[in-house]
Design a protein around this ligand. Structure first.
Ligand code: DX5
Ligand code: ZN
Length: 216
């Protein structure tokens, strides 16, 4: 099943609870939460305290995307805060095996993310160890950037193997078809959902399009 994961980065944080209710009602499968540290990426967002608050507001799985240096130091804090899925960047640590182990030992789903310019080869030794791979289709750091299509080749390759693939960055109604036909399993979208006239209609349209997908 293809899962739709709205990224709260683009939501109205002054109405966080209403935003979460809206995406739940519209049929979102997962909440994508972007954690940025101002080191690995040139932006700062939120950390475990906010995620702990979000945990109290919903039963949807929380997909925590760590864009932070040395993620191995922080995995436990995010587990305690209530994360269900935890992904980290291959570029952010030399302790890849240890980080995966920490996540899995806490019975959470582990994901490994890679930037648009990072070769797929970098993560190949780890794909059997993780539950999903996050293929970035923007350079991490900000919502609302333009979709980069070249990384979809990685999605096509991963799709040949038995691994769930999440696509993150610049996914909107107009880019969704090529993302789906490349074989994505989890669709992240921030501004492509929250910055539309009716975010709940957009989620429904994302779902409808995902149900009709044919992989090329
Ligand atoms: C980018 C983040 C994305 C971002 C997506 O660094 O990892 O999850 O929220 O936002 P859009 O869909 O607006 O590109
Ligand atoms: Zn993300």
């Amino acid at each position: 099943m293809i899962q739709i994961a709205p990224s709260l980065l683009a939501c109205d944080f002054s109405h966080l609870e209403q935003e979460i209710r809206m995406v739940e009602k519209a049929g979102a499968n997962v909440l994508h939460l972007d954690v940025m540290d101002g080191h690995f990426v040139p932006n700062i967002t939120f950390g475990p305290v906010i995620i702990e608050g979000i945990r109290k507001l919903t039963n949807l799985p929380l997909d925590v995307h760590l864009m932070i240096d040395k993620p191995e130091k922080w995995v436990n804090n995010f587990v305690i805060a209530g994360a269900d899925w935890i992904s980290f960047h291959i570029e952010a640590t030399t302790e890849v095996g240890k980080t995966i182990k920490l996540i899995k030992e806490s019975n959470k789903l582990a994901g490994i993310a890679l930037n648009p310019d990072t070769e797929l080869e970098a993560i190949i030794p780890w794909v059997k160890e993780v539950d999903f791979v996050v293929v970035m289709t923007v350079n991490p750091g900000f919502g609302g950037q333009e979709f980069i299509k070249e990384p979809l080749e990685k999605v096509r390759v991963l799709n040949q193997r038995d691994i769930r693939v999440e696509v993150d960055g610049g996914v909107k109604m107009d880019t969704l078809p090529i993302v789906l036909s490349a074989g994505a399993d989890i669709i992240v979208s921030g501004s492509g959902i929250f910055r539309t006239l009716s975010p709940s209609e957009t989620i429904k349209n994302f779902k409808e399009m995902s149900e009709n997908v044919k992989t090329l």
